[in-house]
Design a protein around this ligand. Structure first.
Ligand code: PLP
Length: 383
């Protein structure tokens, strides 16, 4: 088999073996519908209940506030589109300009909603005073049936920057707004305490933390949204549809394992990142690193002068190395990403941007091979 190096862990991660094994019985032997009252169904319902408790425990939430979804995109859409008391009420929504497209596109064409897109600084951080300005009530005619929402991602998927969520949530609350965070890149990678941080709603996706694809969860501390799907009574009547029992169980095992080893995983991945950056800095290649000091371990976003990120990606691919340009969820769009634009990367570097995202299964050898390949590709393209 071809040896390859996977360094695109912000796009998706390898399934945890224990999570995979925990899923199997729910696909083959215990395939009962969790909503049925006989023992076969009750077994599945019990597994879902246990998974909900495990997941809640990992982010200091109450289990009844965890709702299973198909992933990050659905959770983000739920937060934005179903926010408020009813679809006919007015909404004022404030988001950062560097949110994932699951948030940005959900904000488009929303009936009765006024949306403000907040700028970020060069590291990709939202300033609290911009939230205050966006909620200046003189901008929004007072209306008793208006709901206010701030949605700022916990960590950016392209540059890895971690936002000061506790401060931003407090400012949103002081301005009468509910606070949602897209924590898809953060859950299972950094410690999260939803109560301590003052988060009202949160989105997460299992395949970003070594869980299976097609499953995620939405946290809502108290009826800030109306139901996502109409139909059966699943998920406390908030998200109808027969539950993905195997996915839910696998997600809980993966998250539990990542959270149990959070500190050591972070330390290990940071040591890989430091090693990688040391090699890059001694390589003689002209580049800048994007994102702030406080970022998701392993996220390395680099812009090379007068280079083409797309070409670098394909040349690395030919050498069996998987990385990404800008946003991995948007591989069709080859223009300079909205994030790279928003943080103001100089024009002569912006087009040469790539993202390497190292994870717990990467090694120092992987770093050596990636840097060696990168240096070769960049020096060849200069000739
Ligand atoms: N939000 C962020 C920050 C992401 O990085 C992603 C995926 O890359 C998503 C949302 C969408 O998640 P999913 O792939 O589970 O739909």
């Amino acid at each position: 088999m071809k040896r390859y190096i996977y360094a695109d862990n912000a796009a998706t991660t390898k399934l945890d073996t224990e999570a995979f094994e925990a899923m199997l019985p729910w696909l083959i032997e215990n395939y009962g519908n969790a909503s049925q009252p006989y023992f076969f169904g009750k077994k599945a319902a019990h597994a879902i209940k246990e998974a909900r408790q495990t997941i809640a425990g990992c982010i200091n939430a109450d289990p009844d506030n965890i709702f299973f979804t198909s992933g990050g995109t659905e959770s983000d859409n739920w937060a934005i589109k179903c926010f408020g008391v009813s679809p006919t009420d007015a909404k004022v929504i404030v988001v950062s300009a560097i949110e994932h497209h699951a948030i940005l596109h959900a904000c488009k064409n929303q009936p009765n909603a006024t949306v403000t897109y907040l700028p970020v600084d060069k590291d990709g951080i939202v300033r609290g005073e911009d939230i205050v300005m966006a909620f200046d009530h003189s901008n929004h005619p007072a209306c008793s049936r208006t709901s206010y929402l701030t949605s700022i991602m916990m960590a950016n998927n392209e540059i890895g920057t971690i936002m000061p969520i506790k401060d931003l949530a407090a400012i949103a609350h002081e301005n009468g707004s509910v606070f949602h965070t897209d924590a898809v890149q953060a859950v299972g990678h950094i410690p999260i305490d939803v109560k301590g941080l003052g988060i009202d709603m949160l989105s997460a996706s299992a395949h970003k933390f070594n869980g299976p694809k097609g499953i995620g969860f939405f946290y809502d501390s108290g009826k800030h949204v109306y139901p996502h799907n109409d139909g059966g009574a699943q998920e406390f009547g908030m998200r109808a549809g027969t539950e993905n029992v195997a996915g839910i169980v696998g997600m809980a095992v993966a998250l539990k394992n990542n959270c149990a080893n959070l500190e050591s995983n972070m330390k290990y991945i940071m040591s890989l990142e430091d090693y990688f950056m040391d090699l890059m800095e001694h390589s003689g290649v002209d580049f800048i690193r994007n994102g702030g000091r406080n970022h998701i371990p392993g996220n390395i976003n680099l812009s090379f002068r007068n280079a083409d990120g797309e070409a670098i990606l394909h040349r690395l691919d030919l050498k069996g190395i998987c990385i990404s340009t800008g946003s991995a969820c948007d591989s069709v769009n080859t223009q300079i990403s909205h994030v790279i634009r928003a943080i103001g990367v100089p024009q002569e570097y912006a087009n040469g941007t790539i993202r390497i995202s190292l994870g717990k299964y990467n090694t120092l050898d992987d770093c050596d091979s990636i840097v060696e390949a990168l240096v070769k590709i960049l020096s060849l393209s200069k000739k």
